[in-house]
Each structure stands twice: as C-alpha cells, then as structure tokens.
Design a protein around this ligand. Sequence first.
Ligand code: MRU
Length: 368
Amino acid sequence: MQINGKPYHTIWLNEADSSVVQVIDQRKLPFVFEILDLKTPEDCFCAIRDMAVRGAPLIGVTAAYGMYLALLNFRGSSLEEYLDEKATYLKTARPTAVNLAFAVDEMLKFMKLNIGHPRLKEISLKKATELKVREIEFSEKIGEFGLKLIEDMYERKQAPVNILTHCNAGWLACIDWGTATAPVYKAHHKGIPVHVWADETRPRNQGARLTAFELGEEGVPHTVIADNTGGHLMQHNMVDLVIVGSDRTTVTGDVANKIGTYLKALAAKDNGVPFYVALPSSTFDWQLKNGVLEIPIEERDPDEVTLIEGWNGESIQPVRLTPEKSRAANFGFDVTPARLVTGLITERGICRANEESILQLFPEGNKQ
Ligand code: MRU
C-alpha cells in the first residue's frame, strides 16, 4: 500500500542492519509520518502497549520479531529460561488480541526446539518473517473472499456499494492489506465503485485518523462519521454491508473487536444489513466458547477519554474534553455475540459464526 504515492509495508527489517525492526509510528498518523526502530523485546513491548503499533495481526507479528530481538540481546546462562521469561513478558503487553499469544508461542516453541542450532538467530528471524508473510497471505485471501460479497452487492444494486467499518482493520493493522479493508481494496482495484463510512472510533479515533488516512492514500472514496451515526445511516438504506475486524473470536463465533462494534451489530440486525467480520485464523481462540464471559477486555487509561488529541498546525496536542471533576472509564473492546454476525470472512472462505461452520473450515481447531 502507499503513503504519498510511495509503497510501504506495515513492518519490515532494516535493509542495512538485521538487528533493527522498523514500523510506522501509528500514534502520529495522519499528521506526522515517522518510522520507529525496534531493537529489543522491550522496544516491541512498549510499541505494542503504547499503541505505536496496534491491530491484532500486527501486534502478533511485532511480538514475534520481539522474540527474535530477545535472542540477539541474550547475555545470560540459560537461554531456555530467558526465552520463557521474554515470551511471558511480551504476552502481557495487551490482553485482548489473541494473535499476540499465538505468535509468541509459535516463536517460543520453534526457538526451544532449535536451541543448540548453529544458526539459531538466522532461522528465528526466518520464522518471524514467515509468520508475517503468512498474515499477508491470509489478508490477501480474505480480500478475495470478501470481494465476492461486494461484487454480488454491486451486481444487484448497480450503484456504489456503501460499506461501514469500525476502528482500523486496514493495512496498518493487519500487514500490507488489512482484514476488513482488504475486500474494499480488492474491489477498488477492480474498478467496482465502493464508498466507505469510517466510524471515528472514540476514544483513540483509529477510524478518523488511520482508516480515513489509508483509504485516502489509496484513493478510495470514504466519509468519516461520528461513532453514533451508523444506526441512522442503516435506517435510511445508506449502508449495504458492515465489515469489521476482530481481536479475538471464540470457536463459537463470538467476536471481540474495538469498543462500539456491538452497537453497530445490533443496528445492523435491526435493519437487515449484513454484518461481516473479517479475520485471519490467528485470531480464533479455540479454547473459548462464551466470548462475553471469557474474553479479557482491555481497560486503558481514562485520560484517553477525558482528553482528545488533534493537530494544531504545528504539533499533535491533547486538549481536555470533560470537566476536571468527572471520572471516565475506558473499555477498549466489546464482544458481539455470534447471533448478530452474518458471516466470518477468513483466509479459507466465508463461514457462518457458529462452532460447526467454523470447525468445518478449520478442523485443526478441534485439536487445540
Ligand atoms: O486498540 P486497537 O487499535 O489495537 O484495536 C484494533 C481493532 O479493534 C481492530 O479492529 C482489530 O484489531 C481487528 S483488525 C486487526
């Protein structure tokens, strides 16, 4: 994908120095474009915790590289204990997206199996890169399966297809394509007219800042809306499809995603608007059956609610939004029950949001 007409990846290795991983600092977009160097597992942890990188697949891949960087920085006596410790540490950076534990555990298993290998650093780097490439391939496949939905809608309507999305499940979050936005990009590249309603996504405004930014850079028509607008648009036939991403989806099809997703799903159900969730298999939690009760929901600093960040022409500044004496709460995610989800768009195809359909597409989920 591109920024200012120049192609960019979501996360990459510094060409001149393989001990440096580079990412775009998403806290500063769309106002300032800055690349962040990650040299240690602590750098990766902070980048994830402070949301310089965010979005479930990118969190996972950043932590996978964090395990590789841990290896480069190893100075002690027991490598196995050290790797266990760094894996536990990285997994606590954020609680909701299961991709984080998934990627760290894959790296840890691989590294432990290969302790003593003469080229352990090299093969660990290769493994982290394989996890990244796999996410890119997953996203592209999701794009192809989701494209069919947009094509069918366009065929029926013969007018631009209006898609509502929440938060940012785009190429910034999901490595090079996006999950929810991959079908949109595929349709746009194919010449199918699409228009995206981008929820602003308070409190951190990932929709207004990041989704709008990446759609704009790709030339996709879009409109930013306040978070509470979706229901009104759906009542007036102004939304053809809702497509959102996911941070963790249970084997029964309950979907954790950015706070506010559930309300969009309720409005979609009430108005007969198809509500799809686009996710790679790394986002399934095969152990959980009841998302509302079992998925850990991140609570972040209330200051993200009481203050709002904006660009004053020179720098990004927070300004106060609420009375000094008012308390605020900041739940990062909510869970949309499977009954409200029309379908899950995955790298293996589209399935219904229930255990039978999910396991039919991913039989390996039975063994986890
Ligand atoms: O708090 P964030 O910005 O990491 O939340 C991101 C989302 O909720 C995305 O929709 C989700 O990760 C799915 S797409 C990667």
